[in-house]
Write a protein that binds this ligand. Structure first.
Ligand SMILES: Nc1ncnc2c1ncn2[C@@H]1O[C@H](COP(=O)(O)OP(=O)(O)OP(=O)(O)O)[C@@H](O)[C@H]1O
Ligand SMILES: [Mg+2]
Length: 255
């Protein structure tokens, strides 16, 4: 639970993230910098029920907490200057680190990176979409499968100076249909580690108890059942899935 101050201390708007398709603001609660997305500013989508994105962001945070890998920065629902919305702690990115990148196809580093997609740039040159091969990013990829993330763009991965990576923008999650759209395809078919399996097991168990009770306020019964089924499927397979083939496997734009 957020502390009473996080829920009730005044939330002041300090700026707007202008690239955002939804109304996304920067704000502060005392000394804390936060992102604030009011439900009233959510753009309608054809495939997700209206007015539910903020709830999905909080649900994604709760699942991240149970996985135990600190993927999603602290996220909660509260009132704000533009009504109820989701609030998330701001995490300062290290601009010198790019966990996901586009490079000339003959410049893909030999080690430490996964080459996930080839295409041509505006000059006709062949380029590769690459992402780092790090435990933090792998765990984020597992998280994305669990929450069925339909929007893991490069810019939704925040590089922290100490090497940690946070994932943000989880409004398009928990749909009952397979919607995994991500740039993190580098581990498809690879066996899950014991630590990754333990995390998935914690979610399965949590759904029988506290996690399940909290999610019931945020997601539909069917969406929670689908989450449980994805966890079970992933544990049974013991491997990272590949693209489903029914839909684009990567979000657009990629960043
Ligand atoms: N908690 C955070 N800490 C630091 N930076 C953040 C955080 N949340 C979002 N950002 C930055 O702000 C950008 C826009 O946020 P986000 O993607 O969540 O908003 P959005 O409304 O869904 O935008 P878009 O439609 O452009 O994807 C992110 O790509 C990221 O760079
Ligand atoms: Mg975004």
């Amino acid at each position: 639970m957020p502390t009473p101050e996080l829920l009730t201390a005044e939330l002041t708007l300090t700026g707007r993230i202008t690239t955002a398709s939804n109304a996304t603001f920067l704000g502060s609660i005392g000394d804390l910098a936060v992102v604030y997305k009011p439900i009233a500013g959510e753009s309608p989508l054809w495939d997700f029920p209206e007015g539910t994105l903020a709830h999905r962001e909080v649900a994604a945070y709760l699942v991240s907490q149970v996985l135990g890998w600190d993927v999603v920065p602290r996220t909660w629902l509260r009132d704000g200057p533009l009504g109820e919305g989701m609030v998330q702690l701001w995490q300062e990115q290290d601009p010198a680190q790019n966990p996901v990148d586009l490079v000339a196809a003959d410049r893909v580093p030999e080690t430490g990176w996964k080459d996930v997609l080839r295409g041509r740039d505006e000059n006709g040159q062949i380029v590769s979409l690459i992402h780092e091969d790090s435990p933090a990013l792998r765990r984020m990829a597992v998280f994305d499968v669990v929450v069925n993330n339909a929007d893991r763009k490069g810019d939704h991965i925040l590089a922290m100076a100490d090497g940690h990576r946070h994932g943000v923008d989880h409004g398009l999650t928990f749909h009952c249909d397979h919607k995994l759209r991500t740039v993190l395809w580098g581990w498809q078919g690879d066996a899950l580690t014991a630590e990754e399996k333990d995390g998935i097991n914690r979610v399965s168990e949590g759904l029988q108890g506290e996690l399940g009770r909290k999610l019931a306020d945020l997601l539909s019964t069917e969406e929670i059942a689908s989450l449980a089924a994805r966890c079970a499927e992933l544990r049974l397979a013991g491997r990272f899935p590949g693209p489903s083939g029914d839909m684009p496997a990567v979000p657009w734009p990629l960043f």
